[in-house]
Write a protein that binds this ligand. Structure first.
Ligand code: NAG
Ligand code: NAG
Ligand code: NAG
Ligand code: NAG
Ligand code: NAG
Ligand code: NAG
Ligand code: NAG
Ligand code: NAG
Ligand code: NAG
Ligand code: NAG
Ligand code: CU
Length: 554
């Protein structure tokens, strides 16, 4: 009897305190593996030898424990992109922001609970350019017996979009940092790891999704590419968008979706066409004079029991500069805003912020032009510290960061015009401090310095509402009157339009240090990043938890 009680007690003690769901344990072995793409074999860094990496499945409310073991020569961290990490910043993952890296031969257990979220997210390395190959989907299913707020699909499929380089991606960015110029673009786009037939490798096979006529499929689409926004299309079929960044949307039909690096999109696809094979494409969107990989990745939707015809029912991907296609898609996105899934848009604003996002040029005597291209927010090119900011914040270590990140541009100028003659930026490890649960309105304003460009900005630790968007310069007197405060789309990554602005709102109800950066890896590397420090509120429920014992040291 006594031992029975003891056994029960033991079970109770082993259950995670915070979770109302189960505990899910995963082991991620980061190791090198040789893979062949575009008729060429090269070693890449993988998780568990898979490319793309394994899908992490959980249910809303689950506690997730991922033991990451580093068996490569690089320092490694993993970010659980879009997981809110409420009070568990130690498990967020960006190197030198919330943790020091897991060094070769070492391991770290990421411990977090998925609270109030369900949908598709993804995980990826958050150091160097390792996320080129170290990434995979996160599928958070609703709690047991909670249905989707749309007709249940018969089957679900993860579709990960990415890029493929023939060269080692670390060599690509290192070469660029040395020259001060832009890095090489990828050699192909890929759908679930495969480019499909390309002119330099016609025998390359593409991913095939086999469907049964009449059935409906939920496609969980992730853009894991480093540097390119993508259009995604299935020939002959309409897609019904039902969720983005693990937030339900009002369903709408479209033949093309736009997805930036860092975004996820769930669509319903009904196999309602004649038997055969249909082309699936992922092609770049770039509406400014910036070099991109202009190749189209190809996959197929193949109806079972039908003969694959040689000439697929084809479709043309949108032109690379198809701004109207992109805008139409973005403007169609609305929060579901139902009784069960309300859009809790902050209606008051404690901090009204304006951050410019864009490029700059700084002197570099050893570079090709005697200068290097950099990127910044509010003219600050962020410098990575050598101690993680979250540790410095928690342990009161001074000298690691300053909390004086400017809330508005230091110099006002015609942001989307030609830009100032002096294109230099300052550097620093500067953060913006927020009191617990304060409300923030942040206008992200693109600049025309060097060239205007679309910047997909990702905020860690929060979802935000995209309340407004426009071209040219944000006008504080006239722009807010057009804000949607009722059912704006809720997400964690938003494209700032080329030569325009986007306004977001969020509630700073998660204490910790939260990175915000462009999800084009080249811009992050160049300095387009900053962090918010959110102070603790009252009591343990509004405070960051203490760091785990195995947190990697610097
Ligand atoms: C995970 O973190 C929670 C606190 O957030 C803690 O109670 C639990 O013991 C941790 N689990 C493991 C396996 O360390
Ligand atoms: C980048 O592209 C240039 C031009 O094609 C090539 O010479 C160079 O080797 C490439 N760099 C890397 C790291 O692959
Ligand atoms: C793609 O880009 C390459 C290199 O810049 C160029 O030579 C080629 O013409 C482009 N192809 C298309 C279809 O635009
Ligand atoms: C670097 O120099 C080349 C020619 O030498 C020029 O075409 C290019 O615009 C310059 N780039 C920058 C960023 O100054
Ligand atoms: C850091 O400073 C704050 C405020 O002075 C204090 O409450 C906290 O206990 C300190 N933390 C540590 C780990 O020393
Ligand atoms: C800003 O620059 C753009 C492009 O040159 C120009 O059309 C616009 O009139 C300028 N705006 C102001 C307020 O000067
Ligand atoms: C950015 O900072 C640099 C260095 O302090 C300064 O020279 C430049 O004028 C600033 N530019 C803007 C637009 O604030
Ligand atoms: C945060 O503030 C909002 C109002 O802005 C309020 O509804 C909510 O209860 C607050 N949350 C906490 C944890 O204090
Ligand atoms: C903290 O949260 C737990 C679980 O939600 C609740 O039971 C407890 O009363 C809260 N404690 C405080 C001090 O608010
Ligand atoms: C790995 O991280 C440690 C801790 O920050 C650092 O000292 C070391 O230089 C890093 N190694 C490399 C190769 O960057
Ligand atoms: Cu950017």
């Amino acid at each position: 009897m006594l031992s029975y009680v003891r056994a029960l007690l033991l079970v109770a003690i082993m259950l995670p305190v915070l979770a109302d769901g189960r505990t899910r344990k995963y082991k991620f072995n980061v190791a090198v593996k040789k893979v062949t793409r575009l008729c060429y074999t090269k070693p890449i860094v993988t998780v568990n030898g898979r490319f793309p990496g394994p899908t992490l499945y959980a249910e809303e409310g689950d506690n997730v424990l991922v033991e990451v073991v580093n068996n490569v020569k690089y320092n490694v961290t993993i970010h659980w992109h879009g997981v809110r990490q409420i009070r568990t910043g130690w498990a967020d993952g960006p190197a030198y922001i919330t943790q020091c890296p897991i060094q070769p031969g070492h391991s770290y257990v990421y411990n977090f609970t998925i609270t109030g979220q369900r949908g598709t997210l993804f995980w990826h390395a958050h150091i160097l350019w390792l996320r080129a190959t170290v990434h995979g989907a996160i599928v958070v299913l609703p709690k047991p017996n909670v249905p989707y707020p749309f007709p249940a699909p018969q089957k679900e499929e993860v579709i990960i979009l990415g890029e493929w380089w023939k060269s080692d991606t670390e060599a690509v960015i290192n070469e660029a940092l040395k020259s001060g110029l832009a890095p090489n673009v990828s050699d192909a786009h890929i759908i679930n790891g495969h480019p499909g037939p390309m002119s330099d490798c016609p025998t390359s096979k593409g991913f095939q999704l086999t469907v049964d006529s009449g059935k409906t499929y939920l496609l969980r689409i992730v853009n894991a590419a480093l540097n390119e926004e993508l259009f995604f299309k299935v020939a002959g079929h309409q897609l019904t968008v039902v969720e983005v960044d693990a937030c339900y949307t009002k369903p709408f039909k479209t033949d093309t979706i736009l997805i930036t690096p860092g975004q996820t999109t769930n669509v319903l696809l009904t196999a309602d066409q004649g038997a055969g094979s249909y082309l699936v494409t992922a092609s770049p969107f770039m509406d400014s004079p910036i070099a991109v990989d202009n190749k189209t990745a190809m996959a197929t939707v193949h109806y079972t029991n039908s003969v694959a015809t040689a000439d697929l029912t084809t479709t043309n991907p949108p032109p690379q500069n198809a701004t109207p296609v992109a805008s139409k898609f973005i403007d169609s996105l609305r929060s579901l805003n139902s009784e069960q899934y309300p859009a809790r848009v902050p209606l008051t604003v404690d901090h009204s912020l304006l951050f410019t996002v864009g490029l700059g040029v700084n002197p570099c005597p050893t570079c090709v032009n005697g200068s290097r291209v950099v990127a910044d927010m509010n003219n600050v090119s962020f410098t990575m510290p050598t101690t993680a900011i979250l540790q410095a914040h928690y342990f009161n270590i001074s000298g690691v960061f300053a909390d004086d990140f400017p809330g508005k541009p230091p110099i006002a100028f015609n942001y989307t015009g030609g830009g100032p003659k002096n294109m230099q930026t300052m550097s620093g490890t500067r953060v913006y401090r927020l009191a617990f649960n304060s409300t923030v309105q942040l206008v992200l304003q693109d600049t025309g310095i060097i060239a205007p460009e679309n910047h997909p900005i990702h905020l860690h630790g929060f979802n935000f509402f995209a309340v407004g968007r426009g071209l040219g310069n944000y006008n504080p007197n006239t722009s807010p009157s057009k804000f949607n405060l009722v059912d704006p789309v809720e997400r964690n990554t938003i494209g700032v339009p080329s030569g325009g602005w986007t306004a977001i709102r969020f509630q700073a109800d998660n204490p910790g240090v939260w990175f915000m950066h462009c999800h084009l890896e080249v811009h992050t590397t160049w300095g387009l990043k900053m962090a918010f420090v959110v102070d603790n509120g009252e009591g343990p429920n509004e405070s960051l938890i203490p760091p785990p014992n195995d947190l990697p040291p610097c």
